[in-house]
Design a protein around this ligand. Structure first.
Ligand code: ADP
Length: 246
């Protein structure tokens, strides 16, 4: 069987902010329909890599393909991005926010756009609050609006930067139900996190440390690599950290 073309193919990516080297030869591939998690401490380079994949930053070295092409604005229609700090219009309602972003994604057919906006609001469980302004929403609800915005245009690829940070366990579980439903219907997802509460739900994981990938595999493969298949993912992460530190 031939493997299908990866949705993300990043090879030997290097990136510096001025003299600060942040990505040091990072290689990562994500297959269609996969939920791929990047796990690493704050500062390990996760956000930087996501910004490169979105096309907001250009790598200094390496090659990168997203949906078969170098990242560019032409793909905006096929890529959804949920940044760490949400950019919501506080005075506008949930519906108005989604409609605005729908238009930004060139969803020009009004009735199709309205249907997609309503679907996205239902998907994140905010239908009852659809006409409330963002100002009246809790932090967790705002995060759900951000998620709805990232997927309103039914992208083939979702890039989610710490989508569950600050969520209570119930809401985290709800997000994961949604992610799994989307993956089952063919959406590919790359997300970043610094908690193993997310890691356990991913199909494959990359452990990052200081701009480099120190391990990649399914959660089970990473556990088994420690020599103890019953090890936790926390244990596996520590095992690979120690190994990387020599
Ligand atoms: P993560 O998402 O894993 O927390 P980031 O990609 O945000 O990591 O950051 C990686 C490193 O790059 C950190 O040390 C951070 O301080 C630095 N950094 C991030 N953004 C900038 C910037 N705009 N200018 C300079 N340094 C930055």
């Amino acid at each position: 069987m031939t493997e299908s073309r990866p949705v993300i193919d990043a090879q030997d990516i290097e990136f510096s902010y001025g003299s600060r080297e942040v990505l040091k030869g990072l290689t990562l591939t994500v297959q269609p329909g996969e939920i791929f998690g990047m796990l690493g401490a704050n500062g390990s380079g996760k956000t930087t890599l996501i910004r490169i994949l979105v096309g907001m930053l250009k790598p200094d070295a390496g090659s990168i393909r997203v949906l078969g092409d170098p990242p560019s604005s032409r793909q905006a229609r096929q890529v959804g991005y949920m940044p760490q700090l949400s950019a919501l219009y506080e005075e506008l309602s949930i519906r108005e926010n989604l409609d605005f972003f729908g238009r930004m994604y060139s969803m020009s057919d009004k009735s199709e756009r309205i249907a997609a906006v309503d679907d996205a609001i239902r998907l994140v469980g905010l239908w009852e609050r659809r006409d409330d302004s963002i100002l009246d929403l809790s932090g967790g609800m705002r995060q759900r609006v951000s998620l709805a915005i990232s997927l309103v245009h039914s992208p083939a690829l979702l890039l989610l930067d710490e989508p569950t940070v600050g969520l209570d366990p119930d809401l985290r579980a709800t997000f994961w139900e949604r992610f799994r439903e989307m993956a089952d219907s063919g959406t590919t997802m790359l997300l970043s996190s610094h908690t193993m509460d997310d890691a356990v739900h991913c199909d494959r994981l990359a452990f990052l440390r200081d701009g480099q990938m120190i391990a990649v595999g399914t959660p089970q493969e990473l556990r088994e690599a420690t020599g103890d298949a019953t090890a936790s993912l926390e244990d596996a992460f520590i095992y690979f950290l120690r190994r990387a530190e020599g």
